[in-house]
Design a binder for this molecule. Structure first.
Ligand code: XMP
Length: 513
């Protein structure tokens, strides 16, 4: 079993970033809720604990607390920002509010003790601060390890007890040596080996899936996206033809998609693939619907009906494999207020109504997206597939505002193909999270040749993002936008106007529905 590190989540926006940095150092870590008690969780092979930052103030009565036993396990603990203030409060030091309300932005850290956390680093380091409280007096037994002009106590440590705290954020890119500081904590102080490697991960998963599945059958929903493709590849490696990958052609896909999937998973990366032609069924389910949530629900239900039917056809299916990722797993148990409100009913098979008749296999549930890409590479999947932009489960249906029908799908598909082609040929494409076309139910007047036109409007949407949770509209070059616009208007019959979406998320969302 791997050595592991727990990150106690006090609601910081950067909690996942801490986890990612730790994993980049080849140390396995898990984010757990801040109020997890030591006795409720398996601490075998636990090497260290990190307390995240958070938006609360330890000076408030109802601020998130901690089971103090975490500090008595004789294991190294690193408190970051709120985490450091909490260690201070719990162990008898003093915290106070910042004179100016809060400190936010870059600062220069002067290292007072160059051993331990700051070993091997310069005595002056650029760091990123974001806090409203300060440690005034460290707890008994702690020394001040570093300060800044504005913050007398910027890092503390009780070297003997291996308890440390930093006021700044080592996990963000604006603290350029932050990863080295975390490495010092993990390797020097906590004695981690760094044994979390992708090849080991694949081998472990393959043998555990093989053992679990035995002679039973597995059904795997394949969408052609990164997560489901990697899931299918790993299960295929484990149990071969006992897994049937089901790809549903719902008629809401982009140009060429079905052919690409068929070609790839039958020739380049052969696996037991079934393609279900359900175009008619989805169109029928969507007929007359204009409300976005009703559309999503109808699509979700149809998917589930088809899956059940396919499973029955295959017979004796005991397991359902899906590409749930770590961020999906922890989203519902964040310190930031538990399950989040439903903005959109995202289609995934986790949302099955009633009893699930299959047992789930989720080989990616401990991984982040970039780790899944790395895993896919190790499994021999091509870069082109691994670097694909996300595409929503309900497909083009959430990009056709209003009713979905064959004719509108056809128009959108043509416009979307142009956006894709132009974007893929543009050198900046890799920096774009998603780029696509949306069809509006709005007609406007135009002129083509000497003729008046009265036709549809297409929106071009391109965003940058790191995780899809927040996004900004991409500053595409005007000549690229001009090319996309004129090609769509000239080549797609039924479109006479193209607009560019300049909304960020929040307050907008990436998709239009
Ligand atoms: P929004 O529109 O909520 O989308 O800002 C965030 C990200 O999620 C994708 N998305 C989906 N993915 N099933 C999916 O698998 C869905 O139902 C779904 N809806 C949105 C969207 O493309 C973006 O990347």
């Amino acid at each position: 079993m791997h050595e592991k590190v727990f990150i106690l989540d006090f609601g910081s926006q950067t909690c996942q970033l801490i986890a990612r940095r730790v994993r980049e150092l080849n140390v396995f870590c898990e984010i757990i809720p801040h109020d997890t008690s030591v006795s409720d969780i398996n601490v075998e092979n636990l090497k260290a604990v990190i307390l995240s930052g958070g938006p609360a103030s330890v000076l408030d009565d109802d601020s998130p607390g901690i089971d103090e036993n975490w500090l008595k396990l004789n294991l190294p603990v690193l408190g970051i920002c709120y985490g450091m203030q909490l260690i201070t409060k719990v162990l008898g030091g003093q915290v106070k509010r910042h004179r100016q309300g809060r400190e936010y932005g870059p600062a220069v850290l002067e290292v007072d003790n160059p051993d331990e956390l700051f070993a091997g680093l310069d005595r002056r380091l650029d760091v990123w601060m974001s806090h409203g409280d300060l440690v005034e007096v460290p707890p008994p037994g702690f020394e001040i390890l570093a300060h800044t002009d504005d913050c007398r106590v910027a890092a503390i440590g009780n070297v003997e007890a291996k308890l440390f705290g930093v006021q700044f954020h080592p996990e963000v890119v604006h603290t350029p040596k932050g990863k080295d500081i975390l490495a010092n904590f993990l390797f020097r102080i906590a004695g981690c080996k760094g044994d979390w490697l992708m090849t080991d991960f694949i081998n472990e998963q393959v043998s555990s899936i093989r053992e679990r599945v035995g002679k039973d059958k597995v059904i795997c929903g394949l969408s052609g996206g990164v997560d489901s493709s990697v899931t299918a590849a790993i299960i295929n490696r484990a149990v071969g033809d006992q897994m049937v990958a089901v790809f549903v052609d719902n008629g809401l896909l982009r140009t060429g998609e079905v052919e690409q999937i068929r070609e790839f998973f039958s020739k380049d990366y052969p696996l037991n693939l079934t393609i279900v032609d359900a175009r008619r069924e989805f169109l029928d389910a969507l007929k007359g619907l204009t409300d976005p949530e009703q559309k999503r629900k109808a699509i979700g239900k149809t998917f589930i009906d088809i899956f059940r039917r396919e499973a029955k056809k295959i017979g004796n299916v005991k397991y359902l494999a899906q590409g749930t990722l770590y961020p999906d797993v922890i989203e519902s148990r964040s310190a930031r207020g538990g399950p989040s409100v439903t903005i959109k009913s995202h289609h995934n098979v986790g949302g099955w109504p009633g009893e699930l008749e299959f047992e789930l296999i989720e080989p990616l549930r401990e991984l982040f997206k970039d780790e899944v890409r790395q895993l896919g590479k190790e499994l021999g999947l091509p870069e082109k597939l691994l670097n694909r932009q996300p595409f929503p489960g309900p497909g083009l249906a959430v990009r056709i505002i209003g009713e979905v029908n064959e004719q509108r799908l056809d128009i959108l598909r043509q416009a979307d193909a142009i956006v894709r082609e132009e974007m893929e040929n543009w050198p900046g494409y890799e920096g774009i999270w998603q780029s696509f076309a949306v069809l509006l139910p709005v007609k406007s007047v135009g002129v083509m040749g000497d003729e008046r036109t009265y036709a549809n409007t297409v929106v071009v949407r391109a965003v940058t993002s790191t995780d899809g949770m927040t996004a900004d509209w991409a500053r595409l070059p005007h000549d690229l936008l001009a090319r996309i616009s004129s090609r769509i208007i000239n080549e797609v019959v039924g479109i006479n106007r193209v607009v560019y979406d300049i909304s960020s998320k929040p307050p907008s969302t990436i998709e239009w529905e």
